[in-house]
Design a protein around this ligand. Structure first.
Ligand code: FAD
Length: 417
């Protein structure tokens, strides 16, 4: 694609206007207002646009946006409880305001409107189709429209199929999971108010099924979905544990079958929709010269496929690194990876990138029992999702339960030998 006009010179180009890209722009404006004046966000769609997603956002991310007055005020269902079902029983944890379930069409459009209202440059219908590094170290971006942008730093926030990731030569990383969803009308009495349900009781599925309330057309409907990790992501897993429904090349069929089984008796409000998810891999590289990856282009939670809150947290992380680069007078993100993600986001993603095997592989019975028998762990998980501090007693109890589960796993392994 040939450039149609003189290149546009900017300091920072953000590719992708989902939560990761838009949050990066907004946090950059807070941290480095001068730098933000030389910023451009390139988004291939026009808002409001659809994004296949169940829309559960932890309050920790909403609070981050509130800190800069950018929480999108959109229709939502407040999450007041989380329920997990396993073969060994169920557990429920409650919280007065753990987060929201939103529709991405509305949430992302509202964030984009805030970006524009704050004077930041956001161009829609600009699909990136070319990326080259110039001799002077800048990056040239070419869009399908012919728009050419030259930037001193580039943020790849273009989601699961990231063009930036591919074109800049980052290791491909695996698309480690798939998810399928459908919106349905609730049956009478089916929904417990504000409860998000994770059903792990089908052990032949290397994942879980969800049921979330969702705000649709002024009513509360139900998002039903199934998430499954690909078998390649479960290295070393005993395939026997996955019974006849091993997720692999046929993961899509498995998911569809499972979703249709669960929702056959319900009134669907649209077609089912399926999409890949990029769970972050251990040791993932996130920076290369002047290019930084964020959000699902970088990798999100591989265990539950949660990515909206992480995308927003990534935005703050990226803005800090852009700000540091601007102060140094040089943008170089070499050496940044999962190990350098700081704070709770880094800790959380590092842990989750390493426990897939325990959750859905050979360790599944142990982890399911742990979930079912440790209300303290469920409460701690919900507090984290909500961004509330975890009470000391709860943390101690959850750690004790985890240690007991670890010992149980060791004993089972020893007995099997
Ligand atoms: C079925 C399903 C259910 C899910 N449910 C949840 C949930 O309940 N809670 C949760 O937290 N997460 C959920 N997720 C994950 C979540 O949707 C993503 O992790 C999240 O959207 C990542 O945000 P992002 O900004 O990184 O990427 P995206 O939201 O994907 O945004 C990327 C943006 O880049 C644009 N783009 C792409 N390519 C180009 C290009 N070449 N040029 C310009 N622009 C481009 C896209 O149009 C898009 O606007 C779910 C995912 C799926 C598939």
């Amino acid at each position: 694609m040939q450039a149609r006009e003189a290149p546009l010179d900017v300091e920072v180009a953000i590719v992708g206007g989902g939560p990761a890209g838009l949050a990066t722009a907004l946090f950059m404006r807070e941290l480095e207002p001068e730098l933000a004046k030389g910023l451009i966000v390139l988004e291939r769609e026009e808002y409001p646009r659809e994004k296949i997603c169940a829309g559960a956002v932890g309050a920790r991310a909403l609070r981050l946006l509130s800190l800069i007055g950018a929480r999108p005020e959109v229709p939502h269902v407040t999450i007041r409880a989380i329920e997990a079902r396993t073969r060994y029983g169920s557990v429920r944890a409650e919280h007065d305001d753990a987060g929201w379930v939103i529709r991405r069409r509305e949430f992302d459009a509202a964030l984009a409107a805030t970006v524009q209202a704050r004077g930041l440059e956001l161009r829609t219908r600009e699909k990136l189709v070319g990326l080259h590094t110039l001799a002077d170290g800048r990056v040239e971006l070419v869009c399908e429209s012919g728009l050419c942008v030259r930037a001193r730093a580039v943020v790849g926030a273009d989601g699961v199929g990231s063009y930036v990731r591919r074109a800049a030569g980052f290791t491909q990383g695996e698309l480690r999971a798939q998810a399928i969803e459908i919106d349905c009308r609730p049956l009478a009495g089916e929904l417990r108010e504000g409860t998000v349900l994770f059903d792990l009781s089908d052990a032949s599925l290397p994942g879980y099924a969800w049921k979330f309330p969702t705000p649709l057309g002024g009513e509360t409907m139900v998002s039903h979905g199934v998430y499954a990790v690909k078998s390649q992501a479960l290295r070393g897993t005993s395939r026997a544990g996955l019974a006849g429904k091993e997720a692999g090349p046929s993961v899509g069929c498995t998911l569809k079958e499972s979703l249709l089984d669960r929702t056959a008796h319900l009134q669907a409000l649209g077609p089912w929709r399926r999409y890949a998810e990029r769970g972050i891999a251990p040791g993932a590289v996130l920076g290369k010269g002047p290019i930084l990856l964020v959000g699902e282009a970088a990798g999100i939670d591989p265990v539950l496929g949660e990515g909206i809150a992480q995308a927003i947290e990534y935005g703050l992380w990226a803005a800090r690194h852009l700000s540091a680069g601007a102060r140094r007078g040089r943008f170089n993100f070499d050496g940044l990876g999962l190990g350098q993600l700081d704070g709770l986001l880094g800790f959380d993603l590092r842990v989750r990138s390493r426990v897939l095997e325990l959750v859905y592989g050979a360790g599944r019975p142990v982890s399911e029992r742990l979930v079912a028998r440790s209300p303290a762990l469920a409460h701690a998980g919900l507090s984290y999702f909500a961004g509330r501090s975890i009470a000391r007693g709860e943390l101690a109890r959850a750690s004790f339960d985890l240690a007991l589960a670890g010992l149980g796993a060791l004993r089972e392994t020893a007995l099997r030998r």
